[in-house]
Design a protein around this ligand. Structure first.
Ligand code: ADP
Length: 584
């Protein structure tokens, strides 16, 4: 069935722009999601970098607070007065967040002796040179000897000048001047830090401060001390940090030393570098932590973090983008499918409307012919054209036939309506096939005779009865016989055969076929001929009367009797409809 040109144009005018819009939306979605994912990655990376740097700044602050509070100006503050250290240390301890951070406070004399602060007694007492400082001894002695004016070496104005942190000894050391300003002798103050306090309290607190989420730490966190034997100083989760994870989301060199990463690496590293900003100039090193200025470069510590949920954060962002894209494209796909369905549905609705119009026209035609015959017959009788009793009988027969055709048509329409509303329910009972075929033939006898059609009927012997409804079966066969006569193309032949076969579900079935040698059915029409109101273009063009209801009705009847209706046809050679019914 061809749709009117205007309808097709309107459909095309809607479909093409809609398809373009969906495609454009898909492209935009892709671009936006790339942009959003880039922005998310930048935001996450920025916030991570901020947390890393703040973490490190606080770490630095806790160390530098002790150093600064114990710093004695060599010129202004009488460096020989060791009591000052005692007082300053007590002041620091009173306000410090981690008062137990200092394990021991020593004054190491260049002559090889040492003083150790007795905290409860509030004074320095002589003590042997501590064993742990042995590795430093040669270093300190050399520095003392090489620096007649130590102020020139460390710089007077830098409050942190001269402090160094030696991770191996776990102590902060700084030169102290005794003697006169003109003949300085260099001793050292050494603050031995409490390893346990740093590891279990300070590092754990810092991690909680900067990486705490709603449900525990958001990140796996480790602080790794580098050196010949890397050591995990702190780990939020057992096992994390050893070995250092390759897919860390962020790392920061706590003392701004990154020798193992090569000269090109920066002190802070996060998982994402924005495309339009290739990150900090690798040649610029950030010297966050001046304590280490004079220490061995391979003794740095590194803070390493990796996102806890969904693996590394970088992978999480990529995954998030993939998910967003999948959802976006999924929605667009649903939109496209809905559009396609809308188009198909509206196309079908238009086709149905067109078919119904064809049906109304066809029914009107079907009604008009018998009505015209009846009216003209009645007129003739009224006008006295019919004179004899014999003529009267002939007229009566003609009028009766036409009226029966009308009744048949009306009944077919009513039956079709009942079938469509699901009201076609038969009480099945065993039926003799030969009898059913004979009844259908006698019901169509008028038509067969009028068309001078020869009927070849072959019903196999001893056929089992079928389960069916006599009226329904007769109606179904009559529809097929009528079509065979109507579309017989002047061959004036129909063949009816009935035989027993094995059914699809194993039980026996009887197949009744109605064949003709007529115009046949075009393969393009075959899928549609059981649709209500459908009539092939060729029969409409040939002006063969019909309503397009016969086959849908026959199919409904066959199905109501648990049977099937199949068709095979060769255009120009003929058609065979086969009704298969299960044996009773
Ligand atoms: P109608 O015959 O009233 O048009 P049907 O539902 O019985 O309606 O048939 C639908 C269409 O199937 C027919 O219009 C015709 O195109 C095709 N058709 C049915 N039976 C035959 C047949 N025996 N030979 C050729 N075409 C047929």
């Amino acid at each position: 069935m061809n749709l009117p040109f205007r309808t097709r144009t309107v459909s095309t005018a809607i479909v093409i722009p809609s398809a373009i819009i969906v495609a454009a939306l898909a492209v935009l979605e892709y671009r936006w999601s790339t942009g959003v994912s880039e922005a998310t990655a930048v935001r996450l990376a920025d916030s991570l970098q901020m947390s890393l740097m703040n973490w490190q700044k606080d770490f630095f602050r806790y160390f530098s607070e002790i150093g600064l509070s114990l710093r004695i100006d060599p010129v202004e503050e009488a460096p020989g007065d060791v009591g000052k250290y005692v007082r300053r240390f007590a002041e620091w301890k009173a306000v410090a967040k981690y008062p137990d951070l200092v394990q021991n406070l020593y004054l190491l004399k260049s002559g090889g002796t040492a003083l150790r602060l007795n905290v409860p007694a509030g004074r320095f007492e002589p003590a042997p040179w501590p064993q742990v400082f042995e590795p430093l001894r040669a270093d300190l002695t050399r520095a003392s000897a090489a620096s007649p004016d130590i102020r020139g070496v460390f710089g007077k104005d830098d409050p942190a000048a001269g402090w160094r942190f030696d991770p191996a000894v776990f102590a902060l050391v700084h030169p102290v001047f005794s003697g006169s300003p003109h003949v300085p002798s260099v001793d050292w103050i050494a603050i031995q830090l409490n390893r346990g306090e740093v590891r279990s309290k300070m590092l754990a607190d810092l991690s909680r401060t900067y990486f705490q989420g709603t449900d525990g730490l958001d990140y796996l966190i480790a602080v790794i001390a580098n050196g010949p034997h890397p050591e995990v100083m702190y780990s939020s989760d057992p096992g994390f940090g050893s070995p250092e994870p390759a897919d860390a989301d962020g790392t920061i060199s706590l003392f701004a030393r990154t020798p193992e990463r090569g000269a090109g690496s920066a002190a802070v590293h996060v998982f994402h570098v924005p495309l339009d900003n290739k990150g900090p100039d690798p040649s610029v090193r950030i010297a966050w932590f001046p304590f280490l200025r004079n220490s061995a470069p391979n003794a740095d510590w590194r803070l390493v973090v990796r996102h806890r949920r969904g693996g590394a954060l970088g992978a999480f962002v990529v995954e998030m983008r993939r998910r967003d894209l999948a959802i976006g494209f999924g929605v667009l796909l649903v939109l496209a499918v809905n559009m396609a369905m809308l188009i198909v549905t509206s196309h079908r609705a238009q086709r149905l409307a067109q078919m119904q119009m064809d049906f109304v026209t066809a029914v009107s035609h079907e009604l008009r012919t018998p009505l015209t015959v009846i009216i003209s017959g009645a007129d003739n009788i009224c006008n006295g054209v019919v004179a004899t009793g014999r003529q009267m009988a002939q007229y009566g027969a003609v009028i009766g036939n036409q009226a029966r055709q009308l009744v048949g048509l009306v009944e077919r329409i009513l039956l079709f309506a009942a079938a469509r509303q699901g009201q076609l329910k038969y009480t099945l009972r065993p039926l003799d096939v030969r009898r059913a075929v004979d009844e259908a033939l006698s019901g169509s006898a008028g038509l067969i005779e009028a068309a001078h059609t020869r009927v070849e009927c072959e019903v196999a012997e001893n056929l089992p009865p079928v389960a069916g409804d006599p009226d329904g079966l007769s109606q179904c066969l009559q529809n097929l016989i009528t079509n065979a006569v109507k579309y017989g193309n002047g061959q004036n032949w129909i063949g009816i055969r009935a035989s027993e076969h094995a059914g699809r579900h194993g039980g026996p079935e009887v197949r009744i076929s109605v064949s003709d040698r007529g115009i046949g059915i075009d393969p393009a029409d075959l899928p549609h001929i059981f649709e209500p109101f459908y009539r092939s273009a060729s029969v409409r063009a040939a002006q063969i009367h019909g309503t397009g209801l016969g086959l849908p009705l026959s199919l409904s009847i066959a199905e109501a009797m648990h049977g099937r209706l199949d068709v095979s046809s060769t255009p120009g050679h003929g058609t065979t409809f086969t009704l298969s019914l299960p044996a009773a």
